[in-house]
Design a binder for this molecule. Structure first.
Ligand code: GDP
Ligand code: IMO
Ligand code: MG
Length: 428
């Protein structure tokens, strides 16, 4: 057994939480490898709807061990609230949740800095979730961040004060008004709470599991088009969201990665600023937002909506080496007469291309569409691929022909049960 990776191929919110929870029984370990509380992963089953931010989406399956890997940035305050929010489910998280000592800590002053940087950018702001993600990764790369393991050491307070002093200098330079003391009390209470969990060297833990032939699912956060290298920079998050991030974010060697499950919506959404060539600013965009309940799971912001963008999807599949595709939210398109799919972009010089140009953030890039016929029917009674309406099968074939990777799962609703797989054997 080895490690499979599940990640988003678009701008996040593809439905990763739902599918990790759905697939979890096939695994013994679920591990988050990057991102932090900027993520909001929704799970729905047996009349429960729950949004997870930092805790892996395997937690509702009692037999599974969950790891928060070294590549994650962890906010103790949000962690405490999340754990308390789960207390009615009797999940035994002291036993089956493990946190890497090498994960970076998000301090209250990182959140202040996030807000201050965004304020200073004015109309060019990234549209950050304001959870302190960028400043925390900055400190990690700058080699002065605090890590989860530091909370166990006697010099923690000293290290904390010295980092916060640096943050205060930056905040005063940015002329940002703040009140840190009021949040610090909550932060230190949350740090004490965190000490009660399994804080481990997760790279040893996970490699021992690999040796024992335990099956592991690495759960991505955000999406490939928000990757710090390959996303629409600078309108990205600050981590490696693609498959290779699972190696650095968990300490596993590339040869242990087997399947890469790439999740995408049957259309596109994006929260925050940045290019989105197929964005719809019209009634159809509103329709997708209302029908798909496209409002952020973390911030509640309305998500920008548009048609499926195949050049962008193909790019994401390429940088991830996705081996299987899972198409989410097909049901949101049920009522549409026609569905458009972007196959090429027209560049300002009039040329047509099928790749993502470097100039995506600056240039006026126009999508070129192929129009598909809608299926105009509910998918709720359908249990297998063979019974999909012909027009939905054509839609899937168009995607497969373009991307050259099979679509092996179609999701027809938010619930665990609303999941149709092509064949159990192809999955794993
Ligand atoms: P994640 O961040 O990738 O885990 O995705 P989010 O949870 O932020 O957003 C996905 C939203 O779509 C959630 O509200 C899910 O409950 C919902 N969802 C997931 N799959 C489907 C589906 O197939 N159909 C519909 N209608 N909703 C879905
Ligand atoms: P999940 O895991 C969608 C977006 C923000 C912003 C940019 C940078 O639920 O798919 P950050 O707070 O990371 O500095 O924000 O990235 N963003 C997400 N969009 N889903 C997410 O996570 C996101 N996490 C960050 O909206 O545009
Ligand atoms: Mg989300």
């Amino acid at each position: 057994m080895s490690v499979d990776v599940l990640l988003g191929l678009q701008w996040g919110d593809e439905g990763k939480g739902k599918i990790v929870d759905y697939l979890a029984p096939k695994y013994q370990v679920v591990a988050r490898f990057q991102g932090g509380p900027n993520a909001g992963h929704t799970l729905e089953f047996e009349n429960i709807k729950h949004v997870l931010h930092q805790i892996p989406s395997g937690v509702f399956r009692p037999e599974i061990q969950n790891i928060i890997g070294n590549g994650v940035v962890l906010d103790p305050i949000i962690f405490k609230k999340e754990i308390e929010g789960l207390k009615n489910y009797q999940l035994n998280l002291k036993e089956n949740l493990f946190i890497s000592k090498k994960a970076q800590l998000i301090l209250p002053s990182h959140r202040l800095l996030d807000a201050a940087y965004e304020q200073s950018k004015g109309k060019d702001k990234i549209g950050s979730t304001l959870k302190g993600i960028g400043p925390t990764y900055q400190d990690k790369i700058g080699r002065h961040g605090l890590r989860v393991g530091d909370v166990l050491h006697s010099k923690f307070m000293e290290k904390y004060q010295s980092l916060v002093a640096e943050h205060r200098k930056k905040l005063s330079y940015l002329s940002y008004e703040y009140d840190l003391e009021s949040i610090e009390k909550e932060f230190f209470a949350a740090v004490d709470f965190l000490k009660g969990f399994n804080l481990i060297e997760s790279e040893y833990f996970i490699n021992a599991k690999i040796q024992e032939k335990v099956s592991i699912l690495a759960e991505g956060a955000q999406g490939s088009l928000l990757d710090v290298d390959f996303g629409s920079y600078p309108f990205v998050t600050s981590s490696t969201t693609i498959a290779s991030g699972a190696c650095t974010g968990l300490g596993i060697a590339p040869q242990h990665i087997q399947e890469v499950f790439g999740i995408f919506k049957a259309y596109c959404t994006r929260v925050g600023s940045g290019p989105f060539p197929t964005e719809l600013m019209d009634k159809t965009g509103d329709y997708l937002r209302q029908t798909g309940h496209e409002f952020g799971s973390t911030t509640g912001r309305p998500r920008r909506c548009g048609w499926l963008d195949l050049p962008a999807l193909k790019y994401a599949v390429m940088v991830n080496g996705a081996t299987q595709l899972f198409m989410m939210k097909a049901d949101v398109l049920n009522e549409l007469e026609e569905i458009k799919v972007c196959t090429h972009y027209r560049l300002p010089d009039g040329s047509e291309v099928d790749y993502m140009p470097y100039e995506i953030c600056e240039a006026d890039i126009q999508p070129i569409y192929k129009t598909c016929q809608g299926w105009k029917q509910s998918l709720q009674e359908i249990k297998d691929f063979d019974h999909f309406p012909a027009t939905l099968r054509q839609y899937i074939e168009l995607i497969e022909d373009y991307i050259q990777v099979p679509v092996n799962l179609v999701s027809t609703g938010p619930n665990r049960t609303q999941t149709i797989v092509r064949s159990q054997e192809v999955m794993i």
